[in-house]
Design a binder for this molecule. Structure first.
Ligand code: IMP
Ligand code: MG
Length: 175
């Protein structure tokens, strides 16, 4: 029987909210010359995306892509399945890929390759959390909220086996 549950708070709701406002300000500054298309990676980015969007205002357009790499508990097998939610035609656009966390890097690398194949004008990346100690594939991060140690975290959109996405803060998974 699994008995994992959220433990110590790693980032509080207030800390996250302040940091998201800073990220949005930086994104707005850099995107001053034209409209931006956000490509949000489901499901983990949903909560981050919502807060980011409210801070960015009306100048962005949103598309979604589904990515799954976690097959078994907390371990990635390095293979990424990309599903298409709607169209993924980003030709000529300035695209900002938004995801919750970069762990091994396989997911973001796969999404980026798929975006690049559609001929965008530019591609940048934005993640709330970066876990650099687990990286297997090099990925460039243009905007990053926080760096986390090698611990599995849940909350604020991040799940364990489909649970805990609705926590307002980010906690360490314990058990
Ligand atoms: P990567 O392909 O190994 O970089 O994994 C990225 C995906 O795995 C993220 O989009 C998350 O959905 C998930 N993931 C990685 N680390 C964590 C974690 O600590 N908590 C919850 N989900 C995670
Ligand atoms: Mg994800």
């Amino acid at each position: 029987m699994s008995h994992e549950s959220p433990g110590d708070v790693v980032f509080s709701a207030e800390q996250i909210s302040r940091r998201v406002a800073e990220l949005a300000a930086a994104i707005r500054r850099d995107a001053a010359d034209g409209p931006l298309t956000i490509l949000a990676v489901l499901h983990g980015s949903a909560v981050f995306l919502a807060e980011l969007l409210k801070r960015l205002g009306t100048t962005v357009d949103v598309e979604f892509v589904e990515a799954s790499s976690y097959r078994d508990g907390t371990t990635s097998n390095g293979q990424v399945a990309l599903g298409r939610c709607g169209r993924l035609d980003l030709a000529g656009r300035d695209v900002l890929i938004v995801d919750d966390i970069v762990d091994t890097g396989h997911t973001l690398a796969a999404v980026r390759r798929a975006v690049e194949a559609t001929g965008p004008r530019s591609v940048r990346t934005c993640v709330l959390l970066d876990k650099p100690s687990r990286r297997q594939v090099d990925v460039a991060l243009d905007y990053c909220g926080f760096v986390v140690n090698n611990v599995f975290v849940v909350g604020y959109g991040l799940d364990y086996a489909g649970r805990y996405r609705g926590l307002p803060h980010i906690a360490r998974l314990e058990g």
